[in-house]
Write a protein that binds this ligand. Structure first.
Ligand SMILES: [Fe+2]
Ligand SMILES: [Fe+2]
Length: 421
C-alpha cells in the first residue's frame, strides 16, 4: 500500500505545482489533476479509508511513517500551509478532489504571504484536511513559516528556463510567461489587501530572473494603483516580465561583470532594449506592448538614456511605468558593487528625478503607492550582503553595468549623484 500512497502523493504534488501555473480549464492543468485522481482511485482500491499526516519532513500513512517519503519537501509545504492531516473517508469524486486541490492551493498561496491562522479544517465531500488531531500526535510538529520562497520558486525556475530557451535561440515560450504573470497576480491577491511578493537576490547570476519577476509585480501593482482594468494590468505585467529579455543576447561576461563596464562593453549592454524588442516581435505579434516596453524602458523623459534619439520621444505609458519600476527594483537590490538602498532612499531618489528622468505623474503615483504599500512587501528571501570576494572592490562612483541599476554617466540631468551606500 505504501507504493500506491507514494504514487498518489507525488502525483498530488505535481498537480498542485502545475495548478499554480495554469488557469482553470487549461489542458495541462486538467490532465495533471486527472492523473492525480487516477492515483487516488488506485490507492482507495487497496485502502478505501486512508489518512495521511505531514509532519515536517515525515509523512505518515495511518500512524506509520512512509520511509520512502522521508525528506519529501512537499510534506513541509503542506504542513506549513496548515494541511497537516489529510483523510479520505470513503470514495472520492473527481469534482471533490479538484475542489480540495484548489483549496489547498489557496492555502499554499496564503501561507506564502502571511502566517496560517490556527488549526482549521477543510471538508470536500469524503475528504477532510487540516490540523485535525496533529497536536496530540506531535505537539512540536506545527511548522508555521512563510513559504514564499517555495511558492515562487517554480515561477523563478520557469523564468530561468525561459531565459535559457532564449539563450539557445529558441522561440519565446509565451504561454509560460503568461502563466507566471497569472501566478504572480494570484500571489498578490491571496490576501484581502494587495501584497507585493518581491524576491530578494540570492545569487548574483540570478539577477535577471529575480529582477524580471519583481518588475512584473511592481508594474502590475502600479497599473492597478492608477486604476487600469484587469486586462491591461496583465498586459503590463507581461511587459514588465519581458522588459530585459534582450539581455539574453548580451555576452555573460559583460552581463555579469562586477565592476565598471568599458565604453565598448557599455555599448554592447545598451543594445539589450533593441534586442529585446526584436526577440518579442519575432516570437509573437500580439505582444506589441511588451516589445514597445522592452525597446523604451531605458529612455528618460528628457531624452537621455538609450536607445538615443535626436529628438526626445514621448514613450508609451507602460514604458514610463516599467522604467520607474525597473529603477526601483535595481536600487533595492544588493549588487557586488553596492549594497541595496533602503526603500525611503529610493523613493526620494525617484521624487528628485521626477520631470527629468521620470514622467512626473508616474513618479508621483509610484512613490505614493510605495509609501502606502511598502509595509505590504512580502520579501521572498533573506537579502544577502554582497559577496566581498565576488568582485574587485569598486571605484567610489562606479556606474552599474546596467543603467537601471544606477544612473549611467549618460543619464544627463541628474540632480544628485546616486549614493554608493
Ligand atoms: Fe533594461
Ligand atoms: Fe531592468
Amino acid at each position: 500500500m505504501n507504493e500506491e500512497a507514494t504514487r498518489f502523493l507525488t502525483a498530488m504534488a505535481q498537480a498542485l505545482a502545475t495548478m499554480t501555473l495554469y488557469p482553470d480549464g487549461h489542458p495541462a492543468r486538467e490532465g495533471i489533476i486527472d492523473t492525480a485522481y487516477r492515483n487516488l482511485v488506485a490507492l482507495q482500491r487497496v485502502a478505501p479509508r486512508t489518512g495521511f499526516s505531514f509532519l515536517g519532513d515525515e509523512v505518515l500513512l495511518g500512524d506509520r511513517p512512509i520511509r520512502e517519503m522521508r525528506g519529501w519537501d512537499w510534506s513541509g509545504r503542506l504542513s506549513s500551509a496548515g494541511v497537516q492531516r489529510l483523510q479520505f473517508d470513503s470514495e472520492v469524486a473527481r469534482e471533490e478532489f479538484e475542489g480540495f486541490l484548489s483549496e489547498v492551493l489557496a492555502r499554499l498561496t496564503l501561507s506564502a504571504i502571511q502566517r496560517v491562522p490556527g488549526p482549521s479544517q477543510g471538508v470536500h465531500g469524503a475528504i477532510r484536511f487540516g490540523a485535525v488531531g496533529i497536536r496530540e500526535l506531535e505537539p512540536e510538529a506545527e511548522v508555521v513559516t512563510a513559504t514564499v520562497a517555495m511558492t515562487l520558486r517554480e515561477e523563478a525556475e520557469t523564468i530561468g528556463w525561459l531565459h535559457e530557451e532564449m539563450l539557445e535561440g529558441r522561440e519565446l515560450p509565451l504561454a509560460e510567461a503568461e502563466a507566471v504573470v497569472r501566478s504572480l497576480s494570484l500571489a498578490m491577491h491571496g490576501d484581502r489587501a494587495v501584497v507585493l511578493p518581491l524576491l530578494s537576490l540570492r545569487r548574483f547570476d540570478e539577477y535577471t530572473t529575480t529582477h524580471s519577476l519583481n518588475v512584473c509585480v511592481l508594474a502590475m501593482a502600479l497599473a492597478e494603483w492608477i486604476g487600469l482594468g484587469a486586462r491591461d494590468v496583465r498586459a503590463f505585467g507581461v511587459a514588465g516580465l519581458l522588459h530585459d529579455i534582450g539581455k539574453t543576447r548580451i555576452p555573460l561576461e559583460i552581463l555579469n561583470k562586477a565592476g565598471r563596464l568599458s565604453p565598448e562593453e557599455r555599448e554592447v549592454m545598451n543594445r539589450h532594449p533593441v534586442e529585446g524588442a526584436r526577440i518579442i516581435i519575432a516570437s509573437e505579434e500580439n505582444l506589441d506592448l511588451a516589445a514597445v516596453v522592452a525597446y523604451e524602458h531605458h529612455i528618460m523623459m528628457n531624452g537621455a538614456g538609450y536607445p538615443r534619439f535626436e529628438h526626445p520621444r514621448d514613450c508609451h505609458q507602460a514604458s514610463k511605468m516599467a522604467h520607474v519600476c525597473d529603477v526601483y527594483d535595481a536600487l533595492r537590490t544588493n549588487r557586488p558593487y553596492r549594497a541595496a538602498w533602503p526603500a525611503s532612499k529610493v523613493v526620494s531618489y525617484i521624487e528628485e528625478r521626477a520631470g527629468t528622468e521620470f514622467e512626473p505623474e508616474m513618479a508621483r503615483a509610484f512613490c505614493k503607492m510605495m509609501s502606502e504599500w511598502e509595509p505590504r512587501v512580502a520579501s521572498m528571501d533573506e537579502p544577502v550582503a554582497p559577496d566581498p570576494h565576488a568582485a574587485p572592490p569598486p571605484p567610489p562612483a562606479a556606474p552599474a553595468p546596467d543603467a537601471a541599476a544606477a544612473p549611467a554617466p549618460d543619464a544627463g540631468a541628474a540632480p544628485s549623484a546616486p549614493a554608493q551606500s
